[in-house]
Design a protein around this ligand. Structure first.
Ligand SMILES: *Cc1c(COP(=O)(O)O)cnc(C)c1O
Length: 486
């Protein structure tokens, strides 16, 4: 292959003077920028943007796209992230001009269709949560966590209570302690029982009048249902604290169990996980928060309300924590969520959860023939296998397996999380995968662990790059812009 495309960055392909657009001739009087903007807002020099002809531009991105591992081209069992298939009609609907041509500064009277959709979505999510009120603003699950913790803080402040501790199980996602810290609270890590779930006796040791919130993920990140959830909620309420549910794993229970019914006071949805939406590569997402009636006054503004046959944006909420995001949230994602929920309905959602659990248990059984499953009982939507044994016996690590799976045409599962499992491979098939795909994945795992360990240490072999320095890539992202690096 002529190697310019796909091996060089768009900046290296730059050919000044080339263009991928043909501008129409100017048919209005020309105006100089200096006449439109004050001098201090004008930049001194032209930004160094690449210039390319259209065919070069299209080839560059087509080749890059073909190298991407995504839900549309690969099985993507990235545990905890719920990478399910994204129905294409959602894209069409979210792009309808009635949505995509709106301007967020339009008066609410001219946004009635969109506001109706957002209002109905608030209602639907409240019903799924078994809670009373919803804010659609948070742009991701992590921001939903932060929003809810700020709501809790405002709630306790309004009651004159000083509470500073957030209890977080040791199997929690890293965003939970991070959000607590960002909300100005102190994190107390709670050990899980040998069964892999929260143990009421251990939790009791940490509860005090200074406990603000107990954050729990149910089912948890080991894919296990928190059996003591009701009792745990009662214990937390008994000391005057609140229970927060990290709803990232709702795919297992959505339409079957309502967290509000088992005692949760607040929760977030990862709509981009549970309700589909392309979300690889960091976004976009939406992390709506649902709360009980007594916490509703603290929700972010504005809230969509319906009065006298009209929808409007309510900003006048004196106890609100304020804004957490510009305008109304990630509306494009929220439209997809709405379409997903309306398409499936209550019965469809139940079947989604049932099939997600069925697929996970089927695949867990198949994988258990190849790798140990440390918490091996009926799982929910995901399970965690361990490569500790093959590491000890054949020096094949979870990372080696994950990298080699790419050569077999599968996206890697989540690795080294949760930390309570050594050499963890966290696998979530989702309901949208066929039995043939699950069989092929299990067969690939079986083949990989009997391959030459040396070959695995160098894997992947069939990818454009082998093993990038992941820490450096995350900390120094400018490296990905070329600059002569390879
Ligand atoms: C994905 C995830 C989060 C964070 O959600 P984002 O939308 O990525 O911010 C939190 N908790 C769990 C268990 C998750 O899987």
């Amino acid at each position: 292959m002529y190697e310019n495309y796909g091996t060089r960055t768009i900046f290296e392909l730059d050919k000044q003077g080339c263009s991928a657009v043909s501008w129409p001739a100017v048919d209005v009087p020309e105006q100089r920028l200096e006449e439109l903007l004050p001098e201090e807002y004008l930049r001194g020099d032209v930004p160094p943007l690449p210039e390319l002809a259209e065919p070069d531009l299209v080839r560059h991105y087509s080749i890059l796209a073909s190298r991407n591992m995504c839900v549309d081209s690969h099985f993507y069992p990235l545990g905890s992230c719920t990478m399910k298939y994204n129905p294409k009609r959602h894209e069409r609907w979210a792009a309808l001009p009635g949505f995509s041509d709106l301007h967020p500064y339009q008066p609410a009277d001219s946004l009635q269709g969109l506001l109706a959709l957002l209002y109905e979505l608030q209602q639907m999510l409240a019903a799924l949560a078994g809670l009373d009120a919803v804010s659609l603003h948070p742009a991701a699950g992590a921001q939903g966590e932060l929003t809810a913790l700020l709501i809790a803080t405002a709630y306790f402040r309004s009651r004159g209570e000083k509470r500073r501790f957030v209890l977080v199980p040791d199997v929690a996602h890293g965003t939970n302690p991070a959000s607590a810290k960002m909300a100005g609270l102190e994190v107390v890590q709670v050990r899980s029982s040998p069964e892999g779930i929260a143990d009421p006796e251990i939790v009791a040791q940490h509860l005090s009048p200074e406990t603000a919130v107990f954050m729990i993920t149910n089912p948890n990140t080991l894919g296990l249902f928190e059996r003591h959830i009701r009792r745990l909620c009662e214990m937390v309420h008994a000391v005057g604290a609140l229970v927060y549910l990290d709803g990232a794993n709702m795919n297992a229970i959505c339409g079957i169990a309502q967290p509000g019914k088992f005692g949760v006071d607040m929760m977030h949805f990862n709509t981009h996980k549970t309700f589909s939406t392309p979300h690889g590569g960091g976004g976009p997402g939406a992390g709506p928060v649902a709360v009980t009636a007594r916490l509703a006054p603290f929700l972010p503004v504005p809230v969509v309300v319906y009065e006298n046959g009209r929808y409007r944006l309510d900003d006048n909420r004196p106890q609100s924590i304020g804004r957490v995001r510009s305008f109304f949230g990630n509306v494009g994602v929220l439209i997809r969520t709405y379409c997903y929920l309306r398409t499936l309905g209550a019965e469809g959602l139940r079947r989604v959860a049932q099939h997600a659990v069925l697929n996970a248990n089927y695949l867990m059984y198949k994988v258990s023939q190849v790798l140990p499953i440390p918490y091996n009982r009926r799982c929910m939507h995901e399970f965690v296998a361990s490569a500790a044994k093959v590491k000890a016996e054949r020096n094949i690590s979870a990372m080696d397996i994950a990298k080699r799976l790419l050569d077999y045409g599968f996206h890697a599962p989540t690795v080294y999380f949760p930390l309570v499992v050594r050499e963890a491979l966290m696998i979530e098939p989702t309901e949208t995968e066929s039995r043939e795909t699950l069989d092929a994945f299990a067969a690939a795992l079986e083949a990989i662990i009997s391959e030459d360990p040396e070959l695995l240490h160098q894997a992947p072999h069939r990818m454009p790059i082998s093993r990038p320095d992941e820490v450096r890539a995350a900390r120094q992202p400018q490296l990905t812009w070329g600059e002569g690096s390879s």
